[in-house]
Design a protein around this ligand. Structure first.
Ligand code: 4AD
Ligand code: MG
Length: 462
């Protein structure tokens, strides 16, 4: 039976007969024997394999082995004299599945820039850093499911194709059902793609929230975890056109409950990942950002700061910082403002609540002052907004007013309004940008490097 390398590194004992399969990271030839390090993706560290010259077909095998080649090695575990490794494999047989020509294989044993690695997105997951990122990403996903499942939340699958713009920001990709090869596009004929999913305007969803609200009115507590899309042409290190979002929605819950859940949620994910991926987290701390581990401890141990938007604006105005964008009550906070609050002023995540009505979505519950809504954003050091959420407007008449005030059509939201007609409840929820979480966790500077296949304007090849 093939053993996983991570498991062998932890539990393997001398004299055990083992088989491993993976890809060669390095090869060193000496007189009479050679070493290869084999990595199977289960951990950052590979397993060292020693091949003695008396191995059958030794010469031809060693010749075919180089960085990137795929192999199956059977042999016996022995204690290792090498630094930093407890055991190694003394090979009895080595099968080479596929060679990797060192003349052309782009991933040689040297540090490549992340920009370069993005150009070879089909190979970059084989590097130490991207390998660690995607293991941590996997652990974050598991932590998220475990957190909600332990508390009895139901995971609901919300659609990717939709007619409604949840955020009302007009950032939706239109979907067409036209057979583009057959469309008779002559010079004076144009096609209205927005009308053309079998004749009905259809888009890629920006958020599963509205459907999650439907499900919350049946199951009380639900969450979504899936891809969402934003057709904004922003080329920043924090934006993707396709990103994953986690959206819990709770019936019988107000903004306080929403914030408490979000804070407990982030703390839980950080604890889980520190426990499950200690080597990968240490690697990020050593090689990517030396505050990764202290940040994680800070998240787990300290209460998040909570301030109203009005207070946040006061604090920003009081600071002597020359911001690029203006700070004024009524304007949205820009990333530089968010980072100032979280990174410099409070030095921990900050939950900003009660934003001005006019800069937030129609579904947020109107406060008594009518000037603000029960919104909350969680701002993280180095990232800015990582979570956006709110208590929802559960009063039918107020919601109708808000929909109309935003220039939206009541008839498009008939089913959403029905939720307020039949058994309405106070309810609340939030959306976590999953890639921003992984960035925050790992210290990776660019969001394109925490998702296997980043989708940004003009980048959809593989
Ligand atoms: O603040 P947003 O737009 O909120 C919603 O979509 C709500 N419907 C969520 C809810 O209450 N259920 O997005 C939520 C989060 C942001 O805080 C951010 O972390 C992330 O999604 N996000 C993006 N991440 C990567 N690329 C983008 N273009 C993103 N836009 C938003
Ligand atoms: Mg937001």
């Amino acid at each position: 039976m093939t053993r996983r390398i991570s498991e062998l590194l932890r539990h393997g004992q001398p004299n055990e007969l083992v088989t491993i399969k993976g890809w060669v990271r390095t090869k060193r030839e000496q007189k009479g024997f050679s070493f290869i390090e084999v990595n199977d993706g289960s951990s950052m560290a590979g397993l060292q394999v020693v091949m003695n010259a008396d191995l059958p077909d030794y010469e031809s095998i060693v010749k075919r082995l180089s960085t990137g080649a795929s192999v199956e090695v059977s042999g016996v575990l022995v204690s290792s004299l090498g630094k930093g490794q407890r055991i190694e494999v003394k090979a009895n047989s080595v099968i080479v599945y596929g060679e990797a020509d060192p003349e052309t294989y782009p991933l040689q044993k040297k540090r490549h820039s992340f920009e370069f690695l993005r150009e070879i997105g089909h190979l970059r997951s084989r590097t130490n850093t991207l390998g660690a990122v995607f293991r941590v990403r996997n652990a974050c996903s598991m932590a998220i499911h475990q957190f909600f499942q332990e508390q009895g939340f139901i995971w609901v699958h919300t659609p990717i194709l939709t007619a409604s713009d949840c955020e009302g920001a007009g950032e939706m990709f239109a979907v067409t059902s036209l057979d583009l090869k057959k469309v008779p596009l002559t010079e004076n004929q144009s096609v209205d793609y927005t009308q053309d999913f079998f004749g009905k305007p259809t888009y890629l969803t920006v958020s599963g929230q509205l459907e999650a609200e439907i499900m919350a009115t049946a199951f009380s507590n639900v969450y979504t975890f899936g891809p969402t899309f934003r057709a904004e042409n922003s080329n920043t290190s924090r934006h993707l056109a396709e990103f994953w979002m986690v959206e819990p929605e709770m019936a019988f819950c107000d903004l306080e409950g929403d914030m408490d859940l979000a804070e407990a949620f982030l703390k839980y994910i950080f604890s889980y990942v520190l426990e499950k991926c200690p080597e990968d987290m240490q690697f990020f701390n050593d090689r990517i950002d030396n505050s990764v581990l202290t940040t994680a401890e800070n998240i787990i141990q300290n209460e998040f700061e909570r301030v109203t938007y009005t207070k946040a604006v006061e604090l920003l105005l009081k600071s002597d910082r020359p911001f690029e964008y203006p700070v004024e009550w009524g304007l949205d906070l820009q990333s530089e403002h968010e980072r100032f609050l979280a990174e410099e002023l409070f030095k921990k995540p900050v939950i900003v609540t009660d934003y001005p009505t006019q800069i937030k979505a129609f579904y947020m519950r109107l406060n008594e002052d009518e000037k603000t809504v029960r919104a909350m954003d969680i701002l993280a050091p180095k990232i800015g907004e990582i979570i956006g959420g709110s208590q929802r407007e559960e009063r039918l008449d107020v919601l109708e007013r808000r929909i109309q005030a935003q220039g939206l059509e009541l008839k498009d939201y008939w089913w959403y309004l029905d939720l307020r007609r039949y058994g309405t409840v106070p309810h609340a929820g939030f959306g976590l940008g999953f890639e921003r979480l992984v960035q925050f966790m790992t210290g990776m500077g660019n969001i394109r490097d925490v998702i296997p296949f980043p989708r940004t304007p003009l980048n959809v090849e593989f």
